[in-house]
Ligand binder design. Sequence first.
Ligand code: NAG
Ligand code: NAG
Ligand code: NAG
Ligand code: NAG
Ligand code: NAG
Ligand code: NAG
Ligand code: NAG
Ligand code: NAG
Ligand code: NAG
Ligand code: NAG
Ligand code: NAG
Ligand code: NAG
Length: 521
Amino acid sequence: MERSTFLKFFFLLLTGTAIGETVDRILGTLGDSALLPCNTTAGNGMIQWLKDGKLVASQHSATPSPSESEHFSLTDQGGLIIHGLLFSDEGIYLCGGPQLDSIVVTQSIELRVVSGPANLTAEIKPASVLPNGTLFIQNGSTVIFKCSSKSHPSQSLSWSFDSLASDNTTLASGNGSSLEFTISKIQPSYQGTHSCIAQNTLSSSTASQSTLLLVYYAPDRHPDCQCTTGNDSSVLLLNCSWDGAYPLPTLHWEEELDTQGLPVLNISENNNTLVVNLSRPQLHEGQTFKCTGYHPMSDPKEKSCAVTLRAPYPQGDAMRTAFEGSNVTLTCTEVSSLPVAKTTWRKTIRQEEIIPSSKYIISEPGPTFSLTIVNISKQDEGVYFCRSENPLLVRELEVFLTVKSSATYAGGIVGAFIAVLIIGVGITVGISAYRNRDRICLGNVFGQTHERQNDILNLVDSDEDEIFEEPVSRITTTANGHTTSLVQIHRIPSSDHEDLGNTDTEAEARTQTPEEGHVPL
Ligand SMILES: *[C@@H]1O[C@H](CO)[C@@H](O)[C@H](O)[C@H]1NC(C)=O
Ligand SMILES: *[C@@H]1O[C@H](CO)[C@@H](O)[C@H](O)[C@H]1NC(C)=O
Ligand SMILES: *[C@@H]1O[C@H](CO)[C@@H](O)[C@H](O)[C@H]1NC(C)=O
Ligand SMILES: *[C@@H]1O[C@H](CO)[C@@H](O)[C@H](O)[C@H]1NC(C)=O
Ligand SMILES: *[C@@H]1O[C@H](CO)[C@@H](O)[C@H](O)[C@H]1NC(C)=O
Ligand SMILES: *[C@@H]1O[C@H](CO)[C@@H](O)[C@H](O)[C@H]1NC(C)=O
Ligand SMILES: *[C@@H]1O[C@H](CO)[C@@H](O)[C@H](O)[C@H]1NC(C)=O
Ligand SMILES: *[C@@H]1O[C@H](CO)[C@@H](O)[C@H](O)[C@H]1NC(C)=O
Ligand SMILES: *[C@@H]1O[C@H](CO)[C@@H](O)[C@H](O)[C@H]1NC(C)=O
Ligand SMILES: *[C@@H]1O[C@H](CO)[C@@H](O)[C@H](O)[C@H]1NC(C)=O
Ligand SMILES: *[C@@H]1O[C@H](CO)[C@@H](O)[C@H](O)[C@H]1NC(C)=O
Ligand SMILES: *[C@@H]1O[C@H](CO)[C@@H](O)[C@H](O)[C@H]1NC(C)=O
């Protein structure tokens, strides 16, 4: 029994390996201390420690060399303490009784010295750093993830990815001292926390470094500028929207000014939509508002859109004639208004709004608006208005409807013939007068303004103060489009054609009203 034990011990001295016995393994960390216990069963408690066949510590022996005594020490129970572990301390340790003949090996312990993971570095390139340490990168770029760490004896390294949308997934793993992988076209789906994890294969201790990576992108297109009318018809809403950017862009609405001065609008916000409102006193024809979107990933850095306001301008025939019992359709077109105008029909100088009924058929939507008056009677004669309103102003087309009785139909034809004849003569006279204008003395003020200005516009403007008392800040009435016919009618007051007589007086009365409060168009 003792003999065989001795032989075994002897063998262990030579090979450092126990035969048929499980060897306890103790892990010590580099630089730390390790305690190797010795469960003594030896009678006198005299303990010896051998490493790889060499005596390293003994309870009764003479003190070993000073350096040795600092590195190794024994506890009262016979355990071996190793201070400041080195990789060279790895090996098989045996403890036992003092005499070779009677030694009882009570303990064989394998000591492994581990270190790390240490000095872990994780890099994501080429990313930019935000002030709070978060990284961001442009969508579509090529990104290199590189991680390194030191471990002894070995380690496993992995890159793991965690986002709100997905659970932890491992993007790459390996067991060298560093690990690198590339995403050639990064997508917003890679936005999240990227961690490099190193694990010591022996001690299983881990180290990791996590970085939040944001993937930025901006839309290729320009912001979208819209202008609409608010709840109140005199309020303009400007809506700039620029979707598809991360993070949110900065939008800026500004009035474009040709001259120096304070813009009525100059506002910025960090959002993908920016809605502002402006009211009638702040607005005028031709005013331009520009929305600029700024985003770090946009190419170019800023993109913009603009809107230019246009006042409404209803156009159509200013004169209509209809026979009793027939149907007549008055039309007006509204194409220029921005934002889109609200166009309505009104009648009489009191401007009563016409409600659709069996009598009045109103067609919508534009750009051509028509009013059909069914079964015309003499009461329908009078003035009608095609009224267009947008936040800039209200402008009206005035249409005068003349109703003729069917009895005068035949007379009407003759009358019309005579009218055409007279008009023809008028035109001829007019043209020849115009050709010889240098010979005609135009002593009349009205004639002079004719040359430069659109008399029809003057004609209508002059009416506004007398006729309309609208609760709006600007109101303009116009008859347009058929300049010549109006001028012709104006030239024949000498004719005593009864049907056109009324119209003439009407037109003349209006034209000659002195000009006042002219609103520029
Ligand atoms: C050593 O002794 C302790 C109790 O004293 C015991 O828990 C432990 O298992 C023993 N170890 C060995 C290797 O016998
Ligand atoms: C870690 O880095 C420090 C300083 O860079 C260095 O002194 C140390 O030796 C490194 N540790 C390891 C295990 O390489
Ligand atoms: C850093 O800032 C960004 C943007 O400002 C934000 O999305 C992110 O959550 C911040 N990160 C931390 C760790 O606070
Ligand atoms: C990101 O970039 C890719 C092309 O690299 C493109 O197909 C994708 O639409 C972009 N995603 C966003 C949200 O812009
Ligand atoms: C994902 O991994 C990181 C890093 O190891 C860890 O901190 C986080 O708790 C993990 N999240 C989930 C949901 O497992
Ligand atoms: C780790 O290295 C060993 C060889 O040393 C290799 O067989 C093994 O596949 C490696 N593991 C990984 C995850 O790369
Ligand atoms: C516009 O009118 C709608 C309902 O008519 C109301 O809900 C909304 O708050 C109004 N908006 C403004 C800005 O007054
Ligand atoms: C502004 O425009 C966007 C995009 O067209 C739209 O979704 C949003 O509802 C608009 N906002 C307002 C207040 O009109
Ligand atoms: C617009 O506002 C910004 C600051 O709010 C100011 O710096 C800028 O001068 C303003 N622009 C004009 C034209 O007044
Ligand atoms: C962006 O605009 C929307 C709509 O106007 C608003 O509800 C939201 O609070 C705004 N977000 C920020 C960050 O200002
Ligand atoms: C319009 O402007 C007024 C003040 O200028 C503001 O109180 C109101 O909320 C604005 N309405 C909208 C829809 O922006
Ligand atoms: C006038 O219009 C009404 C309604 O559309 C129709 O019933 C009637 O026949 C029309 N009259 C004439 C003379 O066209």
